[in-house]
Design a protein around this ligand. Structure first.
Ligand SMILES: Nc1ncnc2c1ncn2[C@@H]1O[C@H](COP(=O)(O)OP(=O)(O)OP(=O)(O)O)[C@@H](O)[C@H]1O
Ligand SMILES: [Mg+2]
Length: 418
């Protein structure tokens, strides 16, 4: 903000306590249900008047609030989101501050943001789009171009879009320790679930930054969870679809990035990502890796089932015990313990002691099958598609998750020769 803008702004805030309003045209609640409510931020008076005129010719939108100078960044998300559908920001008075404002609004709200400028500057346009603006209006703007921009905005408006179901079942795989088999079991479970349920199933690799579920499935992808997280403010079903890769089993996959990409994702970001995925998919399977930390709320609280992968070693049982004590609460998601590479009395620890250490009995026991795991890796074919003791259990897990009865074990045929 320039010094003059800032002092104008400061004096107005001092007067109004709420920032920088010149006109308070109409209460949003009094607007018709299909009329878009607009907040107009335009320090330059003439330009702002021109936008008001262009909008007033439209039946689609009403200016609910006018800002005669730029508000402070922090003011915007708190006060705008629940009241308005569209925010229109003038760029020319202070392009750098206006861009910061645009970016701040777009990363913290789901509002549709438009900008206007007298300069048809392609560099400025690109920067605005990167910051999250949906429309770049060049002034003087004709009522027709304004009307067209509003039509595009109304298509995005949540109230006019039929509410989507948010019922996709979230199934999260996490490990008690690195290498416990999360990726192997999660990715193959996802393949089995897609096949068994015949429903829309998605695998999301959230073992960031080094997840390798794509490798187990033999797929490569240009896009990853990193793209989804870095563009979380504009992530919607259309954007998500562009990031996904389809496996031959019908499973959709959002893999981890191919290159090392350090990403800090908060609980809110993961929650948004999962809620968008669950709008479009019946089942969302997550490889959460073994570092359950800051994002456990988003992962666990929305989950139908959390599968905790554990190998029978002292350190993994101890970790599992601590994780169960911390994260498994009554009323929370269903927790199923999966013992991987299980062999009876491995390390001399019997089933009774395993249950004691875990404070609950394991639900699934997956045997160790090194040849099958190796074959799957060497042929880039998911284990779930190879007949093996591991794939049998994974299939049962998948059928249980989608409410199908277990496949009965084939009875050995009677033979005179045994
Ligand atoms: N039941 C099993 N029998 C034989 N090998 C297995 C079994 N489960 C997993 N493996 C093998 O163990 C190795 C580690 O498994 P995986 O990558 O799935 O573990 P992870 O928990 O995802 O590890 P990370 O912490 O590195 O993400 C892989 O080579 C995999 O093929
Ligand atoms: Mg892994």
């Amino acid at each position: 903000m320039s010094k003059t803008d800032k002092s104008a702004y400061m004096s107005e805030t001092a007067r109004n306590r709420e920032p920088v309003m010149s006109t308070f045209t109409q209460d949003p609640e009094s607007l018709g249900a299909n009329v878009l409510s607009v907040a107009l931020i335009g320090p330059e008076e003439l330009g702002r008047r021109a936008i008001v005129t262009a909008l007033s010719e439209s039946q689609q939108a009403k200016i609910t609030r006018e800002f005669s100078s730029y508000p402070e960044l922090d003011y915007v998300p708190r006060h705008l989101e629940e009241k308005y559908d569209i925010v229109i920001v003038e760029l020319d008075s202070n392009p750098e501050y206006a861009l910061d404002l645009v970016e701040h609004i777009c990363s913290n709200t789901s509002l549709t943001l438009m900008v206007y400028s007298a300069r048809a500057d392609s560099e400025l346009l690109v920067r605005c789009m990167r910051a999250g603006a949906r429309e770049f209006l060049t002034t003087p703007i004709t009522p027709t171009s304004m009307a067209e921009a509003l039509v595009r905005a109304s298509v995005r408006r949540p109230a006019t879009v039929p509410p989507k179901k948010t019922t996709g079942k979230l199934l999260v795989f996490a490990g008690a320790k690195g290498g416990s088999g999360v990726t192997t079991i999660a990715s193959n479970f996802a393949v089995a679930l897609a096949l068994e349920s015949g429903s829309k199933t998605l695998l999301v690799d959230l073992d960031l930054p080094l997840g390798d579920a794509a490798l187990d499935l033999g797929i490569t992808s240009q896009f990853s969870t990193a793209n989804a997280i870095q563009n979380i403010n504009r992530l919607d079903s259309t954007f998500l679809t562009k990031l996904l890769t389809k496996h031959s089993s019908g499973l959709s996959v959002l893999p981890a990035p191919d290159k090392y990409t350090p990403i800090h994702a908060t609980d809110e970001v993961i929650e948004k990502l999962l809620s968008v995925t669950r709008q479009d998919f019946d089942y969302v399977v997550v490889d959460a890796g073994c570092s359950i930390g800051s994002t456990y709320k988003a992962l666990f609280e929305g989950a139908a089932t959390v599968y905790l992968m554990v190998q029978v070693t002292i350190s993994e049982l101890r970790n599992a015990n601590r994780l169960i004590a911390e994260f498994y609460r009554p009323g929370g998601p269903k927790l199923e313990i999966v013992l991987n590479r299980y062999t009876h009395r491995s390390l001399g620890i019997d089933d009774e002691n395993i249950t004691k250490a875990l404070t609950m009995p394991p639900t699934w026991k997956i045997p160790s099958d090194y040849p099958a795991a190796l074959r799957a890796q060497n042929t880039a074919t998911p284990l779930a598609l190879i007949d093996s003791p591991i794939s049998k259990i994974i299939k049962q897990m998948a059928r249980t998750a989608c409410g199908l009865p277990a496949v009965p074990e084939k009875k050995k045929g009677f033979s005179l020769f045994g």
